[in-house]
Structure formats: C-alpha cells, structure tokens
Design a protein. Structure first.
Length: 152
C-alpha cells in the first residue's frame, strides 16, 4: 500500500468510493456532491489536502482535510473501498493525514461522524486520540457526533 497526494486524475475514484460508503447507510447530500465533484476547488484551493491509499494502481481509500479556521482542519471524506476493508488502510490514511495536518500548521483536527453507521471508524478515531465534544453546528444531516484531536 502507498499513501499518495491527490491528483485530478483520481477525482472519479475519490467520488466513487465516498458515494458508495455514504449510500450504504445514509443519503448523499448536496454538500457531499459539491465537494466530491470539484475537490480541487472545494478542498485544495481553500488550503485543504487530500490523500489516497493505493494498492497497486487501484485507489483503495481516501481522506481529506478542509480548513475550518486558524490552525483548525476538519477531517472529511475518509472512506475505504468495501473490498479493501480490514487491511489497515483507514488507520494508515488517518495517521498520514494527522501528520500532514501538523505539517500544515494545525493545532487541532476535528471531525463529524455518525454513531450508527460508522462504529468501526469511531473506534479508530478514539484509538488515534480523538475525543468527543458536544455537537456544534453541523455540515451534514447524518452527523450526530463531533470529535477533536489536539495536534502537537
């Protein structure tokens, strides 16, 4: 497995993998499509970052950071293709993205998730040091949990 920086040629796979996991338990929202259809404009051009996990030349997983305020980045679009789950790809992506957040000057990484459809992801986030906080204004209707990680 290799973790690489996003390139525009991977946009269809970035979208496909994320839409697949969202559709499995939730409804794909307009805000999802906005980000997934134009990640260069909605993530990268705004100071965010996208990492991809490749197995061979196949995209197995994705993870992105969007700027959320001075020194604060939001972890978004963390997804692993269904047939690649259980291989440690999600953990590798999250660890690489936390490291990247630190390189970008982050003091905090935040995320929104769901306690019903994302139990394995929540276990991973907790193992990596994310802590639950009261749910502030949310970007996604499916979000029912908010977590933060202090970056050092």
């Amino acid at each position: 497995m290799r973790i690489i920086d996003y390139e525009p040629r991977y946009q269809p796979e970035f979208k496909r993998i994320n839409v697949a996991w969202i559709q499995k338990s939730f409804v794909v929202e307009d805000v999802d499509l906005e980000v997934l259809d134009r990640p260069e404009e909605n993530i990268l051009a705004r100071g965010g970052h996208i990492l991809l996990a490749l197995l061979g030349e196949e995209v197995a997983g994705t993870c992105a950071l969007i700027t959320s305020g001075p020194g604060v980045y939001q972890l978004v679009k963390m997804a692993v293709g269904e047939r690649f789950r259980g291989l440690g790809i999600g953990r590798a992506l999250c660890e690489a993205m936390i490291e990247r957040a630190g390189q970008l000057g982050a003091t905090k990484v935040v995320l929104y998730s769901n306690t019903r459809g994302s139990t394995r992801a929540l276990e991973l986030y907790r193992k990596l040091g994310f802590r639950e906080w009261p749910l502030p204004t949310q970007a996604y209707r499916r979000a029912d949990i908010y977590m933060e990680l202090e970056v050092f």
